[in-house]
Design a protein around this ligand. Structure first.
Ligand code: CA
Length: 233
């Protein structure tokens, strides 16, 4: 039997923090929590958590800064941001900093638990994945999240590699944003903000894997159909 996943909750509102602890314990997770930014960062960097639930507005240091600092030390750490509202800007900012997902407040417990399960499942899948994706001008080591193009070494986030892996598994057809949301992010719904999530990640990826991101040769857009990854045999 696998051990229960350990989840860190960084949230300053006591009622939400304690509510989350109760719910997660009920779902058989082990939890720890912090009420301020600095305390959350300290625990995040030293505690070895399977997942961190990270509020944005926190005393001492905000969630973006914490996310940034965690990423600087560990690109693999799964993080779900708890955003105060479905503001595009907040969500985009969180995803740019490398959060794996976000949940907008007020959130339903059921929705949050599903997101947690999806992020944990993907992070376990990532551990089992070990291969190289070969593209024009770059080789990507999916295990170590690194790409090598010539003498240059490029770091990828876990989510970027998951996206590449899914596309690489289906080289024969374009993949729609909706399918990527479902298979890579685990979203069954399709809201505008969520399809933008895909576009943001595609744009970030192109800056890393294309010689000219405006004229992509590896990760191409198939008009009206989605995206396709052109892998080398
Ligand atoms: Ca807060």
């Amino acid at each position: 039997m696998s051990r229960p996943a350990r989840i860190l909750i960084v949230e300053d509102e006591e009622a939400i923090r304690e509510g989350l602890v109760d719910v997660l314990v009920f779902h058989k997770y082990q939890t720890d929590s912090a009420a301020t930014g600095p305390a959350g960062l300290e625990k995040a960097l030293t505690g070895k958590f399977d997942l961190i639930l990270l509020d944005v507005m926190l005393p001492g240091m905000d969630g973006y800064e914490i996310c940034n600092r965690i990423r600087a030390q560990d690109r693999n750490q799964p993080i779900i941001m708890l955003t105060a509202k479905t503001s595009d800007e907040e969500i985009v900012q969180g995803l740019k900093l490398g959060a794996d997902d976000y949940v907008a407040k007020p959130f339903s417990i059921q929705q949050l638990v599903l997101r947690i399960e999806a992020v944990l499942r993907r992070s376990r899948m990532g551990v089992e994945q070990a291969r190289t994706i070969s593209l024009q001008g770059i080789e990507i080591d999916t295990e170590n999240l690194k790409g090598r193009g010539g003498s240059e070494e490029i770091d990828f986030t876990k989510r970027e590699v998951e996206l590449l892996c899914y596309l690489a598994q289906h080289p024969d057809r374009p993949i729609s944003r909706e399918e990527l949301l479902l298979k890579v992010w685990g979203y069954a719904r399709n809201l505008d903000i969520e399809t933008r999530t895909v576009d943001i990640h595609i744009a970030k990826l192109r800056r890393k894997i294309e010689t000219d991101p405006k004229e992509p040769v590896n990760l191409i857009t198939v008009r009206g159909a989605g995206y396709r990854l052109v892998t080398k045999a």
